[in-house]
Design a protein around this ligand. Structure first.
Ligand code: GLP
Length: 244
């Protein structure tokens, strides 16, 4: 679905998330959200903070799971996704910090597999993700599932693609400082979500959006695996939709 401007797409997703949260509240149930980082979801988070402030939208029944984190990465480092989520959402809403889950970037290498297994278990124990928010990288990655990621992949340690590291270079004052690794939910973890909402804005995303939404399904563009999901929506601005 193409919107005239990104703000309209952000408003559409934020409204959907808010109504899901309220619906679950009315039923006395938790709402489980899968969250993303990067510049793309910032507008949605700003809208949700505004709804909390102005309309009293409560996040008391919300549980979140983030897609990914660089590895290694200190949680308080400027580029950490822990810090990103605190600054851009968590610190501004009434969510219980114990309900916020983000892959941890400071594990010893020997502890990573068990952490990833537990992350999957926590998602299952929560009842599964109701709505997963996604951006897309220029390589067609979702989370940090780079080209070559299996459709059946789960949360795991992955090596970052050189294109992705170049794209992150400005955040790290040079590509050499960008971590080589990340912990990411897998493609299967993402596909298990009940709803998937992928946001993409800007001309630079147009080629990969076209391949992701309309190209042949293949692990060379992991986002193509979303095509078969029963409830996926691509929310684009006119620039990102321009090659469809
Ligand atoms: C990073 C994140 C992805 C995100 C991508 C695009 O690689 N791990 O989840 O989708 O960047 O970032 P941006 O939204 O800034 O274009």
């Amino acid at each position: 679905q193409a919107f005239a401007v990104a703000a309209d797409a952000n408003h559409s997703v934020a409204t959907e998330i808010a109504s899901l949260i309220r619906q679950r509240q009315a039923d006395g149930r938790q709402c489980v959200l899968g969250l993303a980082t990067g510049s793309t979801p910032l507008g949605v988070y700003a809208e949700l903070i505004g709804m909390h402030r102005d309309e009293g939208l409560s996040f008391a029944n919300v549980v979140t799971f983030n897609l990914d984190e660089y590895f290694p990465m200190r949680p308080d480092a400027p580029q950490s996704y822990h810090r990103f989520m605190n600054e851009n959402l968590v610190d501004h809403i009434d969510i219980d910090p114990a309900n916020v889950h983000i892959p941890y970037g400071l594990l010893s290498t020997g502890a990573v597999d068990e952490f990833c297994h537990n992350y999957e278990q926590l998602i299952d124990d929560s009842g599964g993700i109701d709505l997963q928010l996604l951006g897309i990288g220029r390589t067609g990655h979702i989370g940090f599932n780079e080209p070559g990621s299996d459709r059946s992949s789960l949360t795991r340690l992955v090596q970052l693609n050189s294109v992705t590291r170049v794209d992150a270079a400005s955040d790290f004052a040079g590509v050499d400082n960008v971590p080589q690794w990340a912990i990411t939910m897998g493609v299967q973890t993402i596909l298990d979500s009940r709803r998937i909402r992928l946001l993409a804005f800007g001309k630079h995303k147009a080629p990969i959006v076209a391949r992701a939404a309309a190209g042949k399904q293949s692990d060379s563009v992991p986002a193509t695996f979303l095509q078969n999901h029963v409830d996926v929506r691509y929310l684009l601005d006119s620039d990102a939709a321009s090659e469809l």
